[in-house]
Design a protein around this ligand. Structure first.
Ligand code: FAD
Ligand code: FES
Length: 283
């Protein structure tokens, strides 16, 4: 049978080529990659979506888009060196080519967030996907009543996006606080220390008009949710969170990322708390 090349190039299984425009070290484990599609088109993602990144000869890995679609043709990825694919990405130089599929997944529910006070809570590498929403909020301030960012990292050297954190703190459209779990005695860090839950407890929001978005490592979720409930964020559509599972296809076909009847790649990765809290192994 003859292969239909026109179908192959537009297939969601076929990677599209991108050029690496810039690489910046964010922390000793994380780098920021700025990319552009070689066909000149926009990625056309929504904040919260991910792409499947590939390097010829290696596997694929899902990586969230860390920049907002409101920022033009280029897009950015904040990538932690974890294994084979991300390790190889960390070796790439400006001008290198990578493949991408997507964007995939359920984004942040922007319509439901409109007019609300947003409490955006990130832990560790979770600031990468949240940065896409934060940039969107900066560019469309009229859509939200207030935006508060809370970020926690393990140590001062693990703080990602330090320049952004400073900009967000200076911004009159956002409020931003961050903390580290521990700061070594010889560190020149003079910011806040302690778990991120401390920042939430100290916070003052009107719960009736507030939505929280939480993206971080799994152990962060239960204590953060408890604090949010203390603040009065109860009931439907008050807390949205991102679940990460190992993925293969990224499009709801292989079942690799299933949590009971839900597929993280296509039903998520963003879920309202009430959609997943009763599912075994979700949190
Ligand atoms: C929707 C989604 C968005 C993501 N966004 C980002 C991002 O923006 N930046 C980033 O650095 N990483 C992100 N990740 C995580 C990234 O995809 C994994 O770290 C991936 O395994 C790296 O591939 P690798 O080949 O380098 O590592 P691998 O060779 O796959 O191994 C890395 C290690 O991580 C474990 N692992 C693999 N996948 C996951 C997972 N999903 N959750 C927890 N542990 C896992 C493996 O068991 C192994 O121990 C995301 C994952 C998902 C599902
Ligand atoms: S990764 Fe294949 S169904 Fe989700």
């Amino acid at each position: 049978m003859q292969c239909d090349r026109s179908t192959r190039t537009t297939s969601i299984y076929a990677p599209r080529s991108c050029t690496l425009l810039a690489v910046e070290e964010l922390t000793p484990q994380e780098k920021l990659f700025r990319l552009r599609l070689d066909d000149g088109s926009a990625l056309a993602h929504q904040p919260g979506q991910f792409i499947q990144v590939s390097i010829p000869g290696l596997t694929e890995a899902p990586i969230s888009v860390a920049s907002s679609p409101t920022r033009g043709l280029d897009f950015e990825l904040g990538v932690r060196r974890a294994g084979m694919l991300t390790g190889a990405m960390h070796q790439l130089q400006k001008g290198s080519k990578i493949g991408i599929r997507g964007p995939f997944g359920r984004p942040f529910q922007l319509q439901a967030l409109q007019g609300k006070e947003l409490l955006l809570i990130a832990g560790g590498c979770g600031l990468a996907p949240l940065r896409s929403l934060i940039q969107y909020c900066q560019d469309r301030p009229e859509e939200f009543s207030a935006v508060q960012i809370l970020y926690g990292a393990r140590s001062p050297q693990d703080l990602m996006f330090k320049d952004d954190l400073e900009n967000w703190q200076r911004s009159d459209r956002l409020s931003c606080r961050y903390t580290v779990d521990n700061s070594p005695a010889d560190s020149c860090y003079d910011g806040e220390t302690g778990l991120i839950t401390r920042l939430i407890a100290a916070d003052k929001l009107v719960p009736e008009n507030c939505c929280a978005v939480v993206v971080g490592p799994p152990p962060m979720y239960r204590p953060v949710i408890e604090e949010l409930r203390h603040l009065g964020l109860t009931g439907p559509r008050k807390i949205m969170l991102s679940l990460e599972r190992q993925m293969r296809c990224g499009i709801g076909k292989c079942g690799h990322c299933a949590i009971e009847h839900l597929y993280c790649c296509s039903d998520g990765p963003l879920f309202w708390l009430e959609e997943i809290e009763h599912l075994r192994g979700a949190l």
